[in-house]
Design a protein around this ligand. Structure first.
Ligand SMILES: [Zn+2]
Length: 491
């Protein structure tokens, strides 16, 4: 049973579906106007951890994520680029899913695009208007009257005394401390894309989109609603107001918010020079698996300080896990089962599960698995890993990886993908030279060179052996001699 902090109640609560048939969750998706940055992906990776942990508990999931493909920024950027909004957003939506795949983030059961659900939003606004919660302004826009919802502020715990009745805000995002009536439907400005509907011409506001689509696909009451902490106010507060005023039911029983990250100790911003998209990091030669590992290893309610030193540490950690996994598959088997190791494996598995169930404490869960790596390596060094030991350890690693998803090595294929993209976009100058150099070398070519080096050493041609090692090192490929043989890896 997973216990999780609920922003709404301020308490840690056992997570269980209202209806045993499936766990119904909604997670705010991206606004597809640019490439996603690592702060966005920290949220998506932690929602993925939650998703995978729920599946591990044996729950059936129905997880819905929206794609915001119309909003202020999209309209502005598409106009600047001189293309229709659908053409503008398609490119960034595709990029978003490519990035999720690179980070091994599983896709939700339902992807809901705002522009494909306009009539659902119109119906919800009509329902609010019929009950006096929405009003139309002279220009033909519709607003939500927050003074009609006394519980407004209950999620973010904002003090709304002194709030001016009738003050309005028409932009999708705002950080004002004083809450204001917000736009449900926006009349078109000259030249803007609009839908002709029973509310009049216009387009939906950002907030109504999530309320309408969440309830359309999941029913009036969700088991859980997820998003980054930056969305708590006003976006999630507005979602609650719209949904609960329309249905008079609780909108989401549980609210899950992922904290922001810092980069090198500072808030990430373009002006600080510490703003990174996933693709920026891949072009610098960082591995997708290490980025995922760093994003998820600090529990979701704690602030992560994303540093390059941390990233190097995670690269080594993932490598250590993969090497251990290989070793447990291929190490020579002892005839007697190592009872002590069997007991240690059991303790580690329990520790892993307990970590996840403890408010998704990924740090605790991960530490348990590294305890297993240590114990397993000591036993393997002593030749004391039996078939049974190996089987139980491999099963534990499989369970770990069903949540962490870092064991399968797709890193060089992902880096190659990023380079191909950079080439198409004319951004190859952003790639590190050694990353470009490595790409000329296929795995087969590297393997052939490594074998040639081994042969050269055997025939005492040390000059050639050293030359091969140095050439490969210059391209970021490291050869490691160990007693199990020669291995190589991309740095
Ligand atoms: Zn949303």
């Amino acid at each position: 049973m997973i216990r999780l902090f609920n922003t709404l109640s301020g308490q840690i609560e056992v997570l269980a579906p209202a209806d045993a048939s499936s766990f119904r969750m909604y997670a705010c998706g991206p606004t597809v106007y640019d490439y996603g940055h690592i702060g966005n992906f920290r949220t998506f990776c932690h929602v993925d951890v939650l998703r995978r942990a729920l599946l591990l508990e044996g729950l059936k999931l129905r997880h819905v994520m929206n794609i915001t493909d119309v909003d202020d920024k999209i309209i502005r950027n598409a106009a600047q680029a001189g293309v229709p909004i659908s053409e503008y957003t398609k490119k960034f939506e595709r990029a978003f899913f490519e990035d999720l795949d690179a980070l091994t983030v599983a896709h939700p059961e339902v992807i809901a695009r705002a522009t494909e659900n306009i009539s659902t939003m119109v119906r919800l606004i009509q329902r609010l208007a019929a009950q006096g919660y929405a009003y139309r302004t002279e220009d033909g826009s519709w607003y939500f009257r927050i003074s009609r919802f006394p519980e407004y502020g209950k999620l973010s715990k904002k003090d709304l005394s002194g709030m001016a009745d009738g003050a309005r805000v028409d932009v999708d995002e705002y950080e004002k401390d004083s809450a204001r009536d917000f736009a449900l439907w926006k009349a078109p400005k000259p030249g803007e894309h609009f839908w002709q509907t029973e509310l009049g011409p216009g387009r939906p506001g950002w907030h109504i989109e999530c309320s309408a689509m969440a309830m359309e696909y999941l029913g009036d009451t969700l088991d859980l609603h997820a998003g980054g902490e930056d969305l708590m106010f006003p976006h999630h507060e507005n979602e609650i107001a719209q949904s609960e005023c329309a249905t008079h039911h609780t909108f989401a029983r549980h609210w899950f918010h992922v904290r922001f990250l810092l980069v090198e100790g500072r808030k990430m911003s373009k002006s600080e020079g510490n703003f990174f998209t996933l693709r920026d990091l891949l072009l610098k030669g960082y591995k997708a698996s290490a980025i995922r590992m760093l994003l998820i290893s600090v529990p979701y309610r704690q602030q992560l300080n994303f540093t390059f030193e941390g990233l190097a540490g995670e690269t080594a950690a993932v490598d250590r896990l993969r090497t251990f996994h290989q070793r447990m598959m291929s190490a020579p088997r002892a005839t007697e089962t190592n009872r002590e190791l069997l007991a240690e494996t059991e303790v580690c598995l329990r520790g892993f599960r307990a970590g996840l169930e403890n408010d998704l404490n990924t740090a605790e869960a991960r530490a348990a698995i590294f305890d297993l790596v240590r114990a397993g390596n000591i036993a393997a060094d002593a030749g004391a890993v039996s078939e049974e030991n190996a089987a139980v350890i491999l099963e534990t690693l499989r369970e770990f990886d069903s949540v962490f998803a870092v064991l399968e090595d797709r890193d060089s294929a992902i880096t190659k993908f990023a380079l191909d993209w950079a080439e198409q976009e004319g951004r190859l100058d952003q790639a590190a030279p050694e990353v470009i150099a490595q790409q000329g070398l296929s795995d087969e070519r590297i393997q052939a060179l490594v074998e040639e080096r081994t042969q050269a050493k055997r025939s005492r041609n040390f000059a050639r052996a050293d030359q091969i090692r140095n050439d490969l090192a210059g391209k970021g490929i490291l050869i490691e001699d160990s007693k199990d043989g020669v291995r190589w890896r991309r740095k």
